[in-house]
Design a protein around this ligand. Structure first.
Ligand code: FAD
Length: 322
């Protein structure tokens, strides 16, 4: 049965995050030929980004611009999105499983007295039902879930559900909605950026990650060069962060970021279960470790037993020559 499905878009520094397009693709499947409606909150002119959502498959987009929405607060965004939901009465809501998605969607679900399927890595139609697949037990197993009654509300993990092809011949209305926002309990005074290379770890296609085996902050340099040669970015284990070799914003794992790049190169990382929880769903995993018994080799597609300070520069040179 066709449904109206809202997609809550997410932008950063004036550009939509890729997961917004992936959410539109998921919403198209969930809607079963119904209407996919984008929602974009912020402050200022949001029309350009709203138009992009149309090119990626939203039938129409509602923009909500308000000075209170300049930076994300759960109070402000929940009030704004709730007012759109009240107007639209959708049968489904999809958003990215990002830091903002993880914060906003449970709040909305509780206000709407709805269930929520979080962190879906796949959405398919099975026997007429919409079935979501999501990891459980820190990624050691997957479960399939479907909502049999009420609102279909889900977040999707970035980099897992392919977006539709961009088609700039697609047309769809972009409308503005005014909202009332009051009693915001959080005031964001300043946003401090920690990582400077601009590539978002959770959306990166290639990650070269370093562990305690890199031995120092300088030890990350060969990894940075390899990441640059591959057009990727650098990540880390908690071991490397705890040792002060890099910033915690790079931490991947159970208590860090969850990533699903096309290529994950683990350098000097032993493969503790808490690290695997954040990267074991990467499409191709390469491990470089001098210990042949290291657990990381159990999840790796390709393993290199060796000293990372020999292997990584050689790999970088080879890749540069390709
Ligand atoms: P180590 O385990 O010390 O491994 C270093 C590896 O480097 C070894 O395998 C060694 O053989 C190899 N090595 C050394 N020198 C070289 C060399 N020259 N060349 C090649 N290989 C070399 N960890 C995370 O990563 N992310 C998390 O989110 C996370 N959350 C946690 C949450 C909880 C509640 C707990 C208890 C722990 C968590 N941890 C997390 C920590 C986790 O248990 C491990 O301690 C951590 O992942 C180990 O980091 P590591 O692999 O870099 O270091």
């Amino acid at each position: 049965m066709s449904k109206k499905v809202l997609v809550i878009g997410e932008s950063r520094e004036g550009s939509l995050r890729n997961v917004t397009f992936e959410a539109i693709a998921a919403a198209n499947l969930v809607s079963d030929g119904g209407e996919v409606v984008g929602v974009l909150c912020g402050d200022g002119d949001l029309k350009g980004m709203a138009q992009e959502m149309v090119y990626y498959g939203a039938a129409r987009v509602i923009t909500v611009s308000n000075p209170e929405l300049k930076t994300y607060t759960s109070d402000g965004y929940a009030q704004a999105v709730q007012q759109v939901i009240d107007d639209e009465s959708p049968e489904g809501i999809i958003m990215g499983h990002t830091a903002i998605g993880k914060d906003l969607t449970p709040k909305l679900a509780s206000r709407l007295e709805s269930g929520l399927i979080s962190d879906a890595t796949e959405v398919v139609v099975e026997g007429g039902d919409i079935v979501f697949t999501r990891p459980i037990y820190s990624g050691k197993a997957f479960e399939k879930k479907k909502i049999t009654d009420g609102l279909i509300f889900a977040t999707i993990r970035p980099n897992n559900i392919p977006s539709l092809n961009r088609d700039d011949s697609l047309t769809g209305a972009v409308s503005e909605k005014e909202v009332q926002i009051s009693n915001i309990r959080t005031i964001i005074k300043e946003v401090l950026k920690k990582s400077s290379d601009g590539v978002d770890l959770s959306e990166a296609k290639v990650i070269v990650a370093g562990g305690r085996g890199v031995k120092s902050a300088e030890g990350f340099e060969p990894l940075e060069k390899l990441a640059e040669a591959l057009g990727g970015t650098v990540g880390a284990s908690r071991g490397a962060c705890d040792a002060g070799y890099c910033d915690y914003s790079l931490q991947i794992g159970q208590t860090g970021k969850v990533v699903t790049p096309d290529l994950y190169i683990a350098c000097g990382i032993s493969g503790a279960i808490q690290h695997l929880a954040g990267m074991s769903n990467s499409k191709v995993i390469v491990a470089v470790n001098k210990d042949p018994e290291a657990n990381i080799f159990n999840v790796a597609d390709y393993g290199i037993v060796g000293d990372l300070f020999d292997v990584i520069p050689k790999l970088t040179e080879e890749i540069k020559q390709m």
